[in-house]
Structure formats: C-alpha cells, structure tokens
Design a protein around this ligand. Sequence first.
Ligand SMILES: [Zn+2]
Length: 322
Amino acid sequence: MKIKTGGNGVVEPWDVTYLQNLAEQSEQLKQADEGGWKGNVGEALERLQEWTHDFLGMKLEESQWETGEGWVGGASKYSLKESDGSLVGVIYFDLGSRQDKYNHSAHFTIQGGCEEWSSDYTSVTGRSVPRVCVVMNLEGTLTVGSLETLFHEYGHALHSVMSKTRYQHLSGTRGPVDFVEVVSHVVEKYAGRGEGRWNGIERYNQCMYAEFDRRIFGSETEGIGGIEVFRGLNEEFGVPYMEGTHWFTSFGHLSSYGGVYYSYLWAQEVAREIHEDLKGEGREGRAEKFRRLVEPGGSVEPMKIVENVLGREWGGVESAGE
Ligand SMILES: [Zn+2]
C-alpha cells in the first residue's frame, strides 16, 4: 500500500491513525465503485428498515411529528412496531451535520421504557413508550463505514426501546458498562462491512489503552504521574513514545469509562460469539434470541443474559478463538 503524504517518509506514532483513515477511505470508495454499498442518508435508513424486517420480523416505520415535538429540520421520527402493528418505541434520527452540533455519533435515551402503574400504585396498567435519539454527522454519499456506525447506534437504540424492564432506570443501556456495547456490536455486524484490515493494530492499541485506564484508576500507580505510567506502558507494549507529549489527556474515554475501558474489548468478544451463534438460527430463532439479549436491560446480571442467549455456559475469551 502506498500513500503520498508529503512527509519525510518516516511513519511516526501520530501518523498511524491518519494513514489508516486515508487507506480505509480509498478502499471503501474503491469498493463502492465496484458495486459495494454506497448511498445517502435516506438509503441508509432504508437498509435499517429492511434489516429490522428481515432480522426481527418487526417494522421500522417513518412517523409524523406531533405538535411541539422535534428540535430541528432534517431530523426524522420512526416508530418501531411489532408485526401486529403494536408500538414498541420511538426512535428519532438526527443524522445530518450542522454548525455547533454535537460532533460524535451517539444514542441518547429521552425516555426509558417501564411499567406504568395505576394512580394508587396497586396495579400495572401498561408500559410507557420509550423514546431515544440517534445522532450522527453524515453528509453526501456514505460508504459502508458510515453505515456500520449507523447500525451500531441503532443497536443501542434497539437495546433501549425493546427493553422490557419494570423500572426505566434499568432499561436498555442503563446497566453495567461491561454489557453496554454488546448489543451495538452484534447489530453493526449486519452492516456488511466485513472484517477490517486493521483489526490486529486496533486490538493491540485497545489492549494498551485498556491497561492504561486500569492502571491510572488502580492503586498501584498512586502518586505516579500519568506521563510516567504512559511512558512505561509504551515501553512494555513496544510502541514508540515521543517525549514531551501526553496523548492521553485528549482520551475522553478515560473519564467517561473511568476504569472500565476494557469493557469495549470485552463487548466485542462477547458480540462476536453471539453473532456466530445467531448464524445458526432461522429468523424466528434469531429474533427470539435477540429479544433475550435486549429485554432484561440492566435488571439481570450480564453473564446470565449472555448465557441465556447462547443457551449454554459462557466459555470465556480464552476459548473464543478456537
Ligand atoms: Zn457504542
């Protein structure tokens, strides 16, 4: 692979991600030219609708805004429905880019689902309708990489709206962080991107970041500065460290995932195993297992959920590569 960068020909640590992105983009554009997926936002949403029907036997239908609902032109509202037409939840998609908009891809819970009770709290009268929003910054012609991110965020959205917990604070993604990324990683596998060519590099980096996160929040590094911890870790992992830099200060996940960044890797491995398992099922079996995965939200211990989906004990990461 040759890419003209205009640099001095030496690949420095900070060049790696940049070069990967360049190569990834050119590869995806090449694949799109050769008939791989490309499309606009509307076509990406159609892919979600088709997948929802084929995979879950459910309907994702565009819906009308109600008076006072909505926050910006261009956002759209969809209803997730059972095959009999009953409403499961509402998903808003705010996918375009605009000035001063939140600039990451994310899923936000507006209202979690829960049981609704009579005014004297003696009986359950129904369920509240969960509402979530998927936010991205998409423009022009999209490649399968963006489609994969949309599927990922849609996975979070499904986790939230299909959850059937008693309390809203245990619904969907409001569970242990270890489990939050599992469903989204299962769903993103259906975007059709295939295995990335950087898996090895990415995994290696993720292991290093996870270990840095663990050490920074652990007692063994008490009184030791971040730079020292990071420098030592780079040496252990054989990754060049540039003196005078402190990359980790811009690593936002250190605060949002504080001490549990490893869960991202963990979730990928669990998702891989679940995805493999689902391949052996027909539509009904797949949909049934997917419900087992999302319905308990944070109300059941994560490993129990995984084992309930797989129908067997979790073998763990050590056996996952066999
Ligand atoms: Zn995610």
